[in-house]
Design a protein around this ligand. Structure first.
Ligand SMILES: Nc1ncnc2c1ncn2[C@@H]1O[C@H](COP(=O)(O)OP(=O)(O)O)[C@@H](O)[C@H]1O
Ligand SMILES: [Mg+2]
Length: 301
């Protein structure tokens, strides 16, 4: 378990992380989501003792990171995939890690295979790695010591779609076996599909947290809306408008600012045949943009 308690980090008069508290539970993937500059990396650096906090603290399994003996056996960390000696090969980087942690050399081959780097790629120097290959290597490095906690900063950056899917499966499986995963991202859809819990950060402050459902339910920005298509869209729109729902045309059908069940009920009453009925995606995206609006560089409202 990772416990962040009242964490603040200032740089001069600028507050990068402002009284942040949250918990990451074992068996769960926790997504740490926020726009560029929100304070994600700073928070994660404090977690692993790379940046001292101005106030507050982070414990992992009840201990400060610096007090954990042989930390790589307990906490796998990937903050910056390029932060390795560029002249070393991927294999060498893993071998040094394995030796430092007192692991058998066989562990290196297992990890190279796990992250699908080919034996040839493992022999290349890091400077010749693509970002996605560095991320794979970084994930291999984080997993070397078979830790029970993973802290990954934007691990999906640079991965191709197949790689992102692979990583999603890997992290889900890891959490299902009881591991604690914290991963950050500035992209909602990336986190949304992996994370059981989400922590939204903007301007150094936590603006919302919880699972996807409760986030949508709890925020006023998360009003439900529905995408619906009927054989007779005009008749359906009339019936919905008569009930006071807000209706707009969207693609082939309509977008209605109410839950799908109400749209279904209205269609039934009006005897309109539906060909498609679903909750509109983007509720969470709207919420994310709204909650972090102050830190957005572009004003998307
Ligand atoms: N060493 C530093 N000195 C001054 N400002 C910093 C330093 N590190 C981070 N910051 C600032 O703190 C804010 C949060 O940065 P960061 O944690 O990297 O955000 P994120 O990872 O969410 O994009 C940014 O405005 C960044 O410029
Ligand atoms: Mg960052």
């Amino acid at each position: 378990m990772i416990q962040v308690e009242g964490l603040t980090r200032k740089y001069g008069s600028f507050t990068a992380v402002d009284d942040v508290s949250f918990v990451c539970q074992p068996g769960r993937v926790t997504g740490f989501l926020g726009p560029n500059g929100a304070g994600k990396t700073t928070t994660m650096r404090v977690m692993v003792g790379l940046t001292p906090p101005t106030a507050g603290r982070v414990t992992i399994g009840g201990h400060l990171y610096k007090d954990i003996p042989n930390p790589g056996r307990h906490v796998g960390v990937l903050l910056d995939a390029s932060a390795q000696h560029a002249g070393r090969t991927g294999r060498e980087i893993l071998e040094i890690g394995a030796r430092t942690m007192g692991l058998p050399a066989t562990r290196v081959d297992e990890m190279i295979e796990l992250v699908s780097l080919t034996p040839q790629e493992a022999k290349r120097r890091l400077r010749n790695y693509s970002l996605g290959m560095k991320q794979r290597l970084g994930i291999a490095h984080a997993l070397l010591g078979d830790p029970s906690v993973l802290i990954l900063d934007e691990p999906a950056n640079g991965l191709d779609p197949a790689g992102i899917r692979w990583m999603r499966g890997l992290l889900k499986g890891y959490a299902e076996r009881g591991g604690t995963v914290l991963l950050s991202s500035h992209l909602l859809h990336e986190v949304e599909q992996i994370a059981d819990e989400m922590i939204l950060i903007g301007n150094g402050r936590i603006v919302a947290q919880g699972d996807k459902k409760s986030l949508l339910a709890g925020a006023d920005g998360g009003k439900a809306s529905t995408l619906v298509t009927a054989l007779d869209n005009t008749a359906l729109a009339d019936a919905l408008t008569a009930k006071g729902f807000t209706v707009a045309s969207a693609g082939e059908g309509l977008r209605v600012e109410v839950e799908p069940v109400e749209v279904g009920r209205t269609a039934l009453e009006a005897s309109v045949v539906l060909t498609d009925l679903r909750a509109a995606e983007g509720g969470l995206e709207d919420l994310f943009l709204e909650l972090t609006a102050e830190t957005q560089r572009e004003h998307t409202a």
